[in-house]
Design a protein around this ligand. Structure first.
Ligand code: AMP
Length: 462
C-alpha cells in the first residue's frame, strides 16, 4: 500500500494550493508527489516521465514556490528579472507550459511569458521589457533575443529542460550549450525526459549537479491505459482504411500522425472531401492557422487533427480517445510520444498503427523498445469506403477477426492495383529550409525527423 499524499502535505504555499483547487486537482500525480519535495529542497533533478503524467505541474509548482519570496507588484521592470527559464522543443509545448505556469501563478504577482518563433521578433520585445520572472522559450528564438540584447539571463536561478529527449532529437544541443553558457553558474537545474537514451544520460552528466533521479514509469514504456493495435496494409490502401476506421470508430477526437507535412495536408483535405471534419497542423502552417486548428479540435468543431510529429509534440488535449499512426515513425521513441497523446491522466485510449510492408522494420524496433507485441488486427477494406466513393456503407470486422498473422489477409487480398503517387513530393521527408533551421537542426544519424519550422516567436502574455 502506498501512502496517499496530498498537495497540502507537500508544503506548497496557500496561493498555489488555491490555484490547484481552482483547477480541480485534488491529488498529486506520482511525478508531482516525488518531484515537488526534491525541487523545493533545492536539488538538481533528472526526471523520467511520460507525457500525460502531470510533469508540467511537477516542475512549475515548486519553481513558483521558490520564486515567491521575489514576487512583487512593482511597475519597475528591474524588479522583475527572468529568474526561471523553461526551455522546450516546440512552440505548441511552449504555449501549453506557459499557460500552465500562468494558471498556477494566478494568485501571485509572478509574471510569465512565452517566446517562440514564427512571428516578428519586434512584437515580442515590449513584453519582455515589462519584466517577467518565468520565461518559457524555444531555444532558437531565445538566442535571437539574446543576440538583440532584448533579454538578460544573468538572474536565472532555475533552469528547466522539458522534453529533453526531443530537444536532442531536434538537434538543439549546440543552442542549449550556448544558452547554458550565458546563465549564472549557481543555479538549480531540472531535466525532464519521456525516454532515457545514452545521449540523455550524457546530457544529464553535463548539465546537472548531483541530480536526484526520479522515474515514474518504466523508461520507454507505453501507457497501460492505451489499447494498441496494428493493421498491416499497403501504403496505397491506407487512406481507404483510415476513412473506414474513423467512420466505424465514431470517436469524437482523433489525432492522425503522418511523417511529412505534405502528406498531412493532402490527407486532411481528402478526409474533408469524404465528409470527415479535419484539419492539418504542421510546420508549414502559419502560427495563426495552427492555433485555429488546435482550438477547433479542442472545441470539437473538427474530429480529426492530422499532424506531423513535431507539430503534435506536447499537445495536451484532455481525454483524447484515439490516435492513429497513418505512417509509423522510423524513430521508435516517437511512437511512445505519439501514443502518449491518448490515455492521459488516467483515461483510456486507443492507438492504431497502419503499417505498410515497407514499414515492418520500424514496427520491429518499436516492439523491441516497448517490450511488447502489439495486437495485429485485420479488416476487410470496403470498396465503398474508398476516398473517391460513397463512404456510408462501412464494414469493420476488427473486433471479430483478430489475427496474429504478419499481414492482414483481408486487407492485402482485396488490394487494388498499386496507385502511383501523382506527385513525388508527397513521399519526400520534410526538410528544413530557413537558415536558422539549417544551422540549428542537425540531422541525427539514423533519424529522419521532421524538424524545424517550429523554432523561435512570442505570444503576448495577456
Ligand atoms: P502534463 O503531463 O503536464 O502534460 O499533464 C497532463 C494533464 O494532466 C494536463 O491536462 C494537466 O492539467 C493534468 N493534471 C496535471 N496534474 C494533475 C493533477 N494532480 N490532478 C489532475 N489532473 C492533473
Amino acid at each position: 500500500m502506498t501512502e496517499t499524499v496530498n498537495f497540502d502535505s507537500l508544503g506548497l504555499a496557500p496561493e498555489l494550493l488555491k490555484a490547484l483547487t481552482d483547477s480541480g486537482y485534488t491529488t498529486p500525480t506520482p511525478i508531482q508527489a516525488q518531484a515537488i519535495p526534491v525541487v523545493l529542497a533545492g536539488a538538481d533533478l533528472m526526471a523520467g516521465a511520460q507525457t500525460g503524467t502531470g510533469k508540467t505541474a511537477a516542475f512549475a509548482l515548486p519553481l513558483l514556490q521558490k520564486l515567491l519570496p521575489f514576487a512583487n507588484n512593482s511597475a519597475s521592470p528591474a524588479k522583475h528579472p527572468v529568474r526561471a527559464l523553461i526551455l522546450v522543443p516546440t512552440r505548441e509545448l511552449a504555449i501549453q507550459v506557459e499557460a500552465s505556469v500562468r494558471t498556477y501563478a494566478k494568485h501571485t504577482p509572478l509574471r510569465s511569458l512565452v517566446v517562440f518563433g514564427g512571428v516578428d521578433i519586434k512584437t515580442q520585445t515590449p513584453h519582455l521589457k515589462t519584466g517577467i520572472e518565468v520565461l518559457v522559450a524555444t531555444p532558437g528564438r531565445l538566442l535571437d533575443h539574446i543576440e538583440q540584447k532584448t533579454l538578460q539571463l544573468n538572474q536565472v536561478q532555475i533552469l528547466v529542460l522539458d522534453e529533453a529527449d526531443r530537444m536532442l532529437d531536434m538537434g538543439f544541443m549546440p543552442d542549449l550549450k550556448r544558452i547554458l553558457a550565458l546563465l549564472p553558474k549557481q543555479r538549480q537545474n531540472l531535466m525532464f525526459s519521456a525516454t532515457f537514451s545514452n545521449e540523455i544520460k550524457k546530457l544529464s552528466d553535463d548539465f546537472l549537479t548531483n541530480p536526484q533521479l526520479i522515474e515514474v514509469a518504466r523508461s520507454n514504456a507505453t501507457n497501460d491505459n492505451v489499447e494498441q493495435k496494428v493493421y498491416h496494409v499497403a501504403q496505397s490502401d491506407k487512406e481507404t482504411l483510415l476513412t473506414q476506421l474513423l467512420k466505424a470508430s465514431g470517436a469524437a477526437q482523433v489525432i492522425v500522425f503522418t511523417k511529412t507535412k505534405i502528406t498531412a495536408s493532402r490527407l486532411s483535405r481528402s478526409l474533408v472531401k469524404n465528409g470527415i471534419a479535419a484539419d492539418a497542423i504542421h510546420g508549414d502552417k502559419s502560427q495563426k492557422e495552427r492555433i485555429d486548428a488546435l482550438d477547433a479540435f479542442k472545441a470539437n468543431k473538427i474530429t480529426v487533427l492530422v499532424a506531423t510529429d513535431v507539430a503534435a509534440r506536447g499537445l495536451d488535449i484532455s481525454e483524447l480517445p484515439m490516435v492513429i499512426n497513418y505512417e509509423i515513425p522510423s524513430a521508435p521513441e516517437d511512437y511512445v510520444h505519439r501514443i502518449g497523446r491518448t490515455g492521459r491522466a488516467g483515461a483510456s485510449g486507443t492507438a492504431i498503427s497502419l503499417v505498410s510492408p515497407e514499414e515492418e522494420k520500424y514496427l520491429v524496433e518499436i516492439e523491441k523498445l516497448i517490450k511488447r507485441q502489439i495486437t495485429k488486427e485485420t479488416v476487410a477494406l470496403e470498396k465503398t469506403a474508398r476516398p473517391s466513393a460513397n463512404t456510408r456503407n462501412i464494414e469493420d470486422k476488427s473486433s471479430h477477426s483478430r489475427s496474429s498473422a504478419p499481414h492482414s489477409e483481408a486487407a492485402t487480398k482485396r488490394m487494388p492495383p498499386k496507385k502511383k503517387a501523382t506527385d513525388p513530393w508527397f513521399d519526400k521527408p520534410y526538410e528544413a529550409s530557413a537558415s536558422r533551421q539549417e544551422s540549428t537542426v542537425r540531422a541525427m544519424p539514423a533519424r529522419k525527423i521532421p524538424v524545424a519550422a517550429l523554432l523561435g516567436g512570442i505570444r503576448p502574455n495577456k
